[in-house]
Write a protein that binds this ligand. Structure first.
Ligand SMILES: [Zn+2]
Length: 272
């Protein structure tokens, strides 16, 4: 029995092909993060988003995980991998209400980017039913285009400027309450994701740390010190590196939690 199932009004032939892509993304998590998410092994139901917003829903728990996507039935595999890669990130971080934050969103964006890279490499060796071997490069192109576009949209000319932006600009952006769930906030989170992705790539055996991220996150705030205490010894260098990168923003956020009411839709579903 497959652990992931595509449900809802999707063309039968599309469903077969898109299900295969969904299985690959689930396999990416099971292989690189942990065999099961923190709330345990359940079937993952992937369905078209009724409101058009991608989301990992807590509705239906504890029996299943439900993921809403807005690109099903289109055979756009890059978008499918990116969206499902992000939403499964919420499942592995812990999809309970209140377990999201701008940092969790950024980690999920980083995981989606890593899923694209994984698929690009996997596709070259194991093209499956949905596209040929030549499609592999499309995942990598989508990965690279995403960050270039986001950097440009917030006024950075090249990807190399992201680190300086995180150190100098991001704390001010958080203090002004601009890193919420609106479009601009999402662009900021994607830039944070670039740095997070680099840290994850440098600590490739430590990705299981995200399973403790939800426990260390409350009321839209991630407690980096608590997170570090919760992870396994071999995972703590990754958490340490991330806490150094984002220490300024974390402190800034602690002082202004009430300035950003309702930044994330935490009660009926987690993020987009
Ligand atoms: Zn999200």
């Amino acid at each position: 029995m497959s652990l992931i199932r595509l449900v809802g009004s999707v063309d039968t032939e599309h469903k077969k092909k898109e299900s295969a892509a969904c299985r690959d993304v689930l396999g990416f998590y099971q292989k690189n993060v942990s065999p099961d998410p923190p709330l345990g092994r359940k079937r993952v139901f992937v369905q078209p988003a009724p409101d058009g917003i991608p989301r990992a829903c807590v509705d239906g728990l504890p029996g299943r995980y439900i993921i809403n996507l807005n690109c099903l039935n289109t055979l756009r595999y890059c978008q499918l991998v990116y969206q499902l890669g992000h939403e499964l990130g919420h499942v592995w971080c812990d999809p309970s209400p209140g377990k999201s934050s701008w940092f969790v969103e950024s980690v999920c964006a980083a995981m989606a980017r890593l899923a694209l890279t994984y698929m690009g490499k996997r596709w070259r060796k194991h093209p499956t039913v949905y596209k040929g071997r030549g499609y592999a490069k499309e995942f990598l192109k989508y990965h690279d285009d995403g960050i270039r576009k986001s950097a440009n949209e917030v006024g950075l000319e090249q990807e190399g400027d992201v680190q300086g932006w995180v150190q100098e600009e991001l704390p001010c952006i958080i203090q002004r309450g601009e890193i919420g769930a609106d479009d601009l906030g999402r662009k900021y989170q994607l830039l944070c994701a670039v740095l997070i992705e680099r840290s994850f790539t440098a600590h490739a055996r430590s990705w299981g740390a995200i399973c403790k991220l939800g426990v260390a996150t409350r009321n839209e705030r991630t407690d980096f010190a608590k997170w570090k205490q919760l992870v396994a010894a071999h995972e703590s260098p990754l958490v340490e590196q991330l806490s150094i990168c984002f220490a300024g923003p974390a402190k800034a956020e602690q002082g202004h939690p009430r300035d950003r009411p309702g930044a994330f839709p935490a009660e009926s579903g987690i993020g987009t």
